[in-house]
Design a protein around this ligand. Structure first.
Ligand code: 13P
Length: 249
């Protein structure tokens, strides 16, 4: 049985002191023994955030990492640094990084392997633009993102990866994919993982939906057979996040 994961992606929001205050505000609202909870915070917030969640059910994630081990890569952060700071999860391939910072499927593949090598849990994002959806390219595009992203990753490693399906047209727009649209893609991702690996890996891997998930629509999305959680942007910065974590109460 897959455990649900409710992950907040804070994006470029909250200073270190604001992060500590938000974690304190949400502390009692995000308790739910049945789900895993994490906050993917800006890099500079990681150390105070790890300290602030000590003794709670919340884990801290990063929003990026660099795929080299160490060295002359000004401005980058390594997997080893994230681990040493107490990070558990790391997002890669978010459409904002693909779009604004030119991150490619090949970069994402290297990041995925580096994160796994260090025991971090990757949250690998994939998703289509509105234009690609209208052209009927959604499933083939996402299969391609996953094919390249998982190249050279073993079945045993793949079981521990989290995939987040985030349609670009639903991110920050207030337009959510319907639960049927989200399920169609998440089910196809699972089918493709079964083709790339095997049925057992497909059964174990967690697939999240992200894109304008909020307290009002979370329960319906999370009731779908192949949606194992959410990657939440805007609503993760508010008390609403507590209602999403407790979607089943
Ligand atoms: P919103 O929830 O703000 O639409 O953002 C989704 C997202 O990009 C999470 O990574």
């Amino acid at each position: 049985m897959r455990r649900k994961l409710i992950a907040g992606n804070w994006k470029m929001n909250k200073t270190p002191s604001e992060a500590v205050a938000l974690i304190a505000d949400l502390k009692d609202l995000v308790c739910n023994d049945e789900v895993d909870v994490c906050y993917c915070v800006p890099a500079i917030d990681i150390i105070p955030a790890v300290e602030a969640v000590k003794g709670t059910n919340v884990a801290i994630g990063a929003q990026n990492l660099y795929f080299e081990e160490k060295g002359a890569y000004t401005g980058e952060i390594s997997a080893e640094m994230l681990c040493d700071a107490g990070v558990r999860y790391v997002i890669m391939g978010h459409s904002e990084r693909r779009g604004y910072f030119g991150e490619t499927d090949e970069d994402i593949n290297k990041k995925l392997k580096k994160a796994l090598e260090h025991g971090l849990i990757p949250i690998m994002c994939c998703g289509e633009s509105l234009e690609q959806r209208q052209q009927g390219l959604t499933l083939s595009l996402i299969r391609e993102q996953i094919r390249i992203g998982f190249d050279g990753v073993s079945a045993e490693q793949a079981k521990g990866v989290v995939i987040a399906y985030e349609p670009i047209w639903a991110i920050g727009t207030g337009v959510t994919a319907t639960s049927e649209q989200a399920e169609e893609v998440c089910a196809d991702i699972r089918k493709y993982i079964a083709e790339l690996y095997d049925a057992e890996t497909a059964e174990e891997i967690r697939i999240l939906y992200g894109g304008s998930m909020n307290a009002g629509n979370a329960a319906e999305l999370l009731a779908m057979a192949d949606i194992d959680g959410g990657l939440i942007g805007g609503a993760s910065l508010k008390k609403d996040f507590g209602s999403i974590v407790n979607y089943n109460k």
